[in-house]
Design a protein around this ligand. Structure first.
Ligand code: ZN
Ligand code: ZN
Length: 372
């Protein structure tokens, strides 16, 4: 079946919009009519070559849409269901899944197509399902920049019909990662002080997660004044422009010298990761969320760590995604999660390159590709 997709051809090359072929669903797969897909910083990392992915391929991984058809063995979804496409698929039965860490599932290959099967997506006869390294293992790229998506049923999570799909799309990466980092990974407590480095889609979601958890002070750190101003609308109580001041010193000044109880890094540079850790109070927790280019190493003072400070890594907000995605949709519907203002720009498939440029210039929280 035919579909439209933005094809990635290699680092620093423009994406092109092409007609592709999407295969029919195998037994456990669902075909989704994609309504919208957010443009994530990780896509930019793939497109710039910072994260290796095979080319040509289709990027994008923050989609929501409507189930169009299901494979013969699908029991959990029906045509017409509204779903968020999650980019990690868990087996549900391995040790990590059983321990409540499905995003670390050891058996994700089970929900991918076997090597000898026809590709899910092809263009001019070539397989355009990208291969990436994830948690040390090769896996197929989830795909979002196409108007039809084909995936294992366990990657598609049903949501209520009344949440608009372009808002729901944001839940699949930015929101589940950011809110989850605050409430699941770091477990922000009521009244706690929080710093958030980076106020793109994920950072804004961390701020909202901290607000939902009842944090007292929420300090947003960025280098763009417009983004810091926007951060206040989502719950930041203070803003620090790290281009003009020493962010660590300023966070300490704002907290009467103690530092913050929880600190989050949603950028992925050596400097901001180190700052995220260095602004912690005694007993505080620093959570590293931002995607980091291969080869980056950080330097930390072990004696500082001994103040009972903790440094944790976050994958997809430590989500139990089948549970969390419908809950975040519900929070949106009850007016407690602001997804409306996270969408800075609605674009067509041909506008992704410009969205990448705008993200680097600090002009957006999220651009969302809208499909017909
Ligand atoms: Zn993402
Ligand atoms: Zn598993």
């Amino acid at each position: 079946m035919k579909a439209q997709a933005a094809i990635y051809h290699g680092p620093k090359q423009s994406l092109t919009v092409e007609e592709i072929d999407v295969d029919s669903p195998m037994a456990h797969e669902v075909l989704i009519s994609n309504a919208a897909c957010g443009v994530c910083h990780s896509d930019l990392h793939f497109a710039s070559g910072a994260y290796p992915v095979s080319a040509p391929c289709i990027l994008g991984h923050e989609s929501a849409g409507v189930v169009e058809a299901v494979g013969s063995a699908v029991t959990t979804l029906r045509p017409g269901d509204h779903v968020v496409a999650f980019n990690i698929s868990a087996c549900g039965i391995c040790d990590l899944c059983m321990a409540g860490h499905p995003v670390l599932c050891a058996n994700q290959h089970l929900t991918q197509r076997p090597q000898d099967a026809a590709p899910r997506y092809s263009w001019k006869g070539r397989d355009v399902t990208g291969q990436i390294m994830h948690l040390g293992r090769a896996r197929q790229f989830p795909v979002g920049f196409a108007n039809r998506l084909l995936m294992h049923e366990r990657c598609a999570v049903r949501i209520a019909h009344d949440i608009p799909l372009e808002r729901a799309a944001l839940i699949g990466c930015a929101v589940i990662t950011g809110v989850g980092a605050a409430v699941n990974s770091a477990r922000v407590t009521p009244g706690a002080s929080v710093a958030v480095f980076g106020t793109g889609g994920v950072g804004i979601a961390v701020i909202q997660g901290a607000r939902l958890a009842g944090a007292g002070r929420i300090i947003a750190v960025d280098i763009f004044d417009a983004k810091l101003e926007a951060a206040r609308r989502f719950g930041a109580t203070d803003a620090v422009n790290a281009a003009r001041t020493d962010a660590v010193a300023e966070v300490r000044r704002l907290t009467a010298g103690t530092g913050v109880d929880f600190s989050f890094e949603a950028i992925g540079t050596k400097k901001t990761i180190e700052q995220c850790f260095e602004c912690l109070a005694l007993g505080g927790t620093a959570a590293i969320i931002g995607g980091v280019a291969a080869g980056i190493r950080m330097e930390l003072d072990p004696n500082f760590l001994k103040g009972e400070r903790r440094l944790i890594g976050v994958t997809m907000g430590s989500a139990r995604y089948q549970l969390d995605i419908p809950r975040y949709a519900e929070l949106y519907l009850r007016g407690r999660l602001n997804l409306d203002d996270m969408i800075s720009r609605r674009i067509a498939l041909g506008g992704i390159d410009d969205a990448f440029r705008a993200m680097q210039a600090g002009e957006l929280i999220r651009a969302v590709v809208m499909f017909e």
